[in-house]
Design a protein around this ligand. Structure first.
Ligand code: C2E
Ligand code: MG
Ligand code: MG
Ligand code: MG
Length: 284
């Protein structure tokens, strides 16, 4: 009897795994179709320079407009896209789309913006990445200063020799590199010495509870002070309140990004925001 029960448990377990697998397969199929059918869109979130209140950059953030599932967040499909390798063609689409959009904004006469694009680890490992980036910039007649590549600490750690080479080549062309979600990965400070980056993005988990949480206050102050000494730009992510903004300003954080300033918006909506220039100075 015991054996039988065990057996049925096992069957149950196995069918649950089977279901998960089937679900993933289904999602992957849908993602492949989405790429062909152009179901992806980019939203853009302003990055604001605190000293001037100017929008000096935007981060391109991927959205999937799925006919069956509605608007799907990247958190729900990027991991699978990474595992399956689909993130490589998808990432190329993101890069092309973001640069084409940057061209449109320039042609419209807005002040030059830096567009930040998220690269996943396997994209960063692609041998032809630097050529691709250069080609896309050329095709859109954009100077390299227009582009910022966002990678995470774990991307740097995965294949340090190759990563270092890619990083140096991108920077040699004038493209800037920022370390996303800074402080949440496993990299040590020696990586900052070895891998030359232009900017650190303080992860929003450290920003959420400032200025109340004294540990987070210390972490933010330390990152900002260290970056200043290393001559690295700092962007605080996930700024949702005026209190957070004021704290970051006092600490000397140069740039901020978050819902308090602006939620990610469609290219169309962002054009209106850019047209109106800086968002009411009085609020920050
Ligand atoms: P990320 O690169 O760290 O992007 C910041 C995320 O924080 C975005 O989520 C953004 O909408 C959200 N955010 C911005 N301000 C606030 C705020 O004030 N409060 C809160 N709670 N959240 C805020 P999103 O767009 O859902 O993207 C999630 C992640 O998906 C990104 O994190 C990035 O890792 C990944 N991702 C997005 N687009 C791409 C892409 O084109 N390629 C790759 N490889 N990954 C992408
Ligand atoms: Mg990012
Ligand atoms: Mg981040
Ligand atoms: Mg993230």
């Amino acid at each position: 009897l015991a054996k039988q029960t065990g057996g049925s448990h096992y069957e149950f377990y196995r069918s649950e795994i089977g279901e998960k697998k089937a679900e993933r397969l289904e999602l992957l199929k849908a993602l492949r179709r989405a790429l062909e059918q152009r179901e992806f869109v980019l939203h853009y979130q302003p990055q604001v320079e605190l000293a001037t209140g100017h929008i000096v950059g935007v981060e391109a953030l991927l959205r999937w407009q799925c006919p069956e599932r509605g608007l799907v967040s990247p958190e729900q499909f990027i991991p699978l896209a990474e595992e399956s390798g689909l993130v490589v063609p998808l990432g190329e689409w993101v890069l092309r789309k973001a640069c084409a959009q940057a061209r449109i904004w320039r042609d419209t006469g807005y002040p030059p913006l830096r567009v930040a694009v998220n690269f996943s680890a396997c994209q960063f490992r692609q041998k032809n990445l630097v050529d691709l980036v250069k080609t896309v910039l050329d095709e859109n007649e954009l100077p390299p200063e227009c582009l910022e590549v966002e990678i995470t600490e774990s991307t740097l750690m995965q294949d340090t020799t190759a990563s270092l080479k890619t990083l140096q080549e991108l920077r040699a062309c004038g493209i800037s590199i920022s370390l996303d979600d800074f402080g949440t990965g496993y990299s040590s400070l020696s990586y900052l010495k070895r891998f030359p980056v232009d900017a650190l993005k303080i992860d929003r988990s450290f920003v959420r509870d400032i200025p109340q949480d004294t540990d987070d206050v210390a972490i933010n102050s330390a990152i900002i002070a260290m970056a200043a000494k290393l001559n690295i730009r700092v962007i605080a992510e996930g700024v949702e309140t005026l209190e957070q903004l004021n704290f970051l300003r006092t600490e000397g954080c140069a740039m901020v990004q978050g819902y308090y300033l602006q939620r990610p918006a469609s290219a169309q909506d962002l054009a209106l925001i850019l047209k109106n220039g800086r968002r009411g100075d009085s609020s920050y």
